[in-house]
Design a protein around this ligand. Sequence first.
Ligand code: PEP
Ligand code: CO
Length: 420
Amino acid sequence: MFAGEARQLRAALAEVAGGRAFLLHAGDCAESFHDFTAISIREKLKILLQMAAVLTYGALLPIVKVGRIAGQFAKPRSSATERVDGNELPSFFGHMVNDDAPTAAARTFDPERMARGYHQSAATLNLLRAFTKGGFADLTQVHMWNQEFVASSPQGRRYDVIAAEIERALRFMAACGIDLTEQRQLHEVDVWTSHEGLLLDYEEGLTRRDSLTGDWYDCSAHLLWIGDRTRQPDGAHVAFFAGVHNPIAVKLGPTATPDETVELCERLNPHRIPGRLSFIERMGAGRVGELLPPLLRAVREAEHPVAWVCDPMHANGFKTKNGIKTRRFDAIMAEVEEFSAACWDEGTWPGGVHLEFTGENVTECLGGSEEVGEEQLTTRYETLCDPRLNARQSLDLAFRVGQMMRQRDVPFSSSVTSRV
Ligand code: PEP
Ligand code: CO
């Protein structure tokens, strides 16, 4: 990607930090070298556009759309090895490091995989640009983003109602004499790319000096985030990303302290540039209400502009009695609600959600309006790493988040934002 694009995303995220926009940050837990087709990219984009339409309609705010896509190939693991059928094997660290098959040969680390990851990312981004700028994302296509298996569900029908209202609004504007063909925003969208900046060898290899400003940018993605396991303020990842000008996000798990959080602000955003730094909390349903407010307060008192985002996925996982990794839709929704309540109580804008989803009809997370039950988990369990929301569950979540925000009836320039 280009440095100028990273600056555009930074400006969009400054709107999020300022309470004038909402971030939808979503995609695969881990992209795959095996499942790489134009169709699967298109399906992911469809659900992202659908969710964004629902959220825009619900919140009446601009939705900044960022994919975990075109580079999300490296996975941090809690354990370096795992036991499979009695054998101790290196864990799977993402396709940019090793293969997921449970054999010693497949799990061997191979640096050539970084080059392959780069080429797949470049091809993915190329396709995303074509889809988002070439007519597919045109708002007049709003009905088309509803896939068949989604359209037949209650969420799909609810989506069709909104899509019809959007079309009516467009016809209303046209009838008022507004030339819709002239409005770029109706025909194209910006979908930005992001991944966890875990492999510093890869990130360093793609870091360039921008010819316009002379500043350094990591051109592997528009936004890079630092994971919960590598966010030490004096660690290598923070040192590296302090040196590039991309928008940066940091995941904050339950062990994050107020002092550490402010130190991350000082190191990663010493000039207090709005949009440069986002924090993605992932503390867990039932815990975020207690753990997050001290961090919100510390950052506010230090007068750092930060976009606060909720990842309701990574602290709500568990294994079923059959040993399948899953997450409950209700816990995911509960964390988003508890996060928003905590933010509102502290006078901070709940700026967005960070999700793992797929456009396919998988059965990896439990629950949702159409109840995926434990016995169904094995029907279509395809993730390489963490369980993802399927397209219906994602749309369901978008409706609920949109409704939650509408209940607050957020004014355009919310008074809470003046405190940031
Ligand atoms: C992830 O986003 O896939 C991830 C591993 O997250 P975290 O660093 O929050 O555990
Ligand atoms: Co994950």
